[in-house]
Design a protein around this ligand. Structure first.
Ligand code: NDP
Length: 285
């Protein structure tokens, strides 16, 4: 057959690692497929989706700021993505694209591969933005016991908690103001860092810097992967917790997209080979 095209639409797309993930997979699996980043101007997202379909694209990834906006241009949306209210992967069907959210599925697969459990856990979730919303849905759907959702603006925490509690049918999300972390129960938590604080070039900051807070964490998962050791991770480790960055989440959201586009499953061994390449690329940059 001829060369199939997949790509990423977003703005900006300059620093994306997704081409490395997909072009490496295509090469290793001997698929005639290329993956290209596309810079799309604001307001042109519907045209971009339509154009990609007309050009017979196999699929697209969608990144900031279009993860919610593209939903109007799809013929079908996966149930989970619909609940989250964001799609990052479009899969070709005969009549149009179907939208999925592989960010969340990717986080789950990344956590499983690190041996991190959600079911029955008490979770601290830092942030109430797009990524935190998806993590809150993941925790609710994977039967976390309680999720304390802490955010700088408390009304946003309350809005996300209310929505996730309603849509998941589980009253497990408890919203709190970030500054109220001292009133968290005195026990050990799984903590997920989903704010943008600590992201390069802001690498010497953590959303909570009080070392006492980190004594409550047995496992800290930071969604940020640039830098690959965040201050949140360093503070967690200092109090003897285990700490992880978000690079595996990025890896698996890509792997799952590739699986959906090509209707196959990528072996764990292959996934880890691609992960090594990602790590090397991170070290060079
Ligand atoms: P949003 O912009 O939607 O949300 C940002 C969040 O950070 C909000 O909760 C905001 O709080 C909080 N925040 C920002 N600045 C501060 C500050 N100075 N003090 C306290 N809180 C602050 O971002 P996203 O949800 O899209 O992304 C969050 C992070 O997750 C990013 O760093 C991103 O790189 C990472 N990410 C990683 C992925 C991966 O594959 N590993 C995938 C997706 C995201 P407030 O509401 O009060 O403003």
């Amino acid at each position: 057959g001829y060369t199939r095209t997949c790509g990423l639409m977003g703005n900006p797309v300059e620093h994306t690692m997704s081409p490395l993930i997909h072009n490496t997979l295509a090469k290793k699996l001997c698929h005639n497929l290329v993956y290209i980043p596309f810079h799309v101007e604001q307001g042109k997202e519907a045209d971009a989706v339509k154009g990609a379909f007309a050009l017979n694209f196999l699929g697209l990834n969608v990144t900031v700021p279009y993860k919610s906006k593209v939903m109007d241009s799809l013929t079908e949306i996966d149930e989970l993505a619909e609940k989250i209210g964001a799609v990052n992967t479009l899969v070709r069907t005969p009549n149009g694209f179907k939208g999925y959210n592989t960010d969340m599925l990717g986080l789950y697969r990344a956590m499983c591969s690190e041996g991190i459990q959600i079911e029955g856990e008490d979770v601290i979730l830092l942030g109430a933005g797009g990524a935190a919303r998806a993590v809150a849905f993941l925790c609710a759907s994977k039967n976390a016991a309680r999720v304390y959702l802490l955010n700088r603006s408390k009304d946003k925490a309350e809005a996300v908690a209310k929505e996730v509690n309603e849509k998941s049918g589980r009253d497990c999300i408890y919203p709190m103001a970030l500054d109220d972390y001292r009133s968290l129960p005195d026990k050990k938590f799984l903590a997920v860092q989903a704010t943008s604080v600590g992201l390069y070039p802001d690498a010497d900051r953590a959303v909570i810097e009080d070392e006492e807070f980190y004594r409550k964490i047995h496992t800290g998962y930071d969604l940020i992967y640039r830098p690959c050791e965040t201050k949140f991770m360093a503070l967690t480790k200092k109090q003897r917790g285990s700490a992880f960055h978000g690079l595996k989440m990025l890896l698996y959201q890509g792997i799952i997209a590739y699986e959906l586009w090509n209707k196959l499953s990528v072996s764990e061994e292959m996934a880890l080979e691609v992960y090594c390449m990602l790590q090397e690329k991170m070290e060079i940059n």
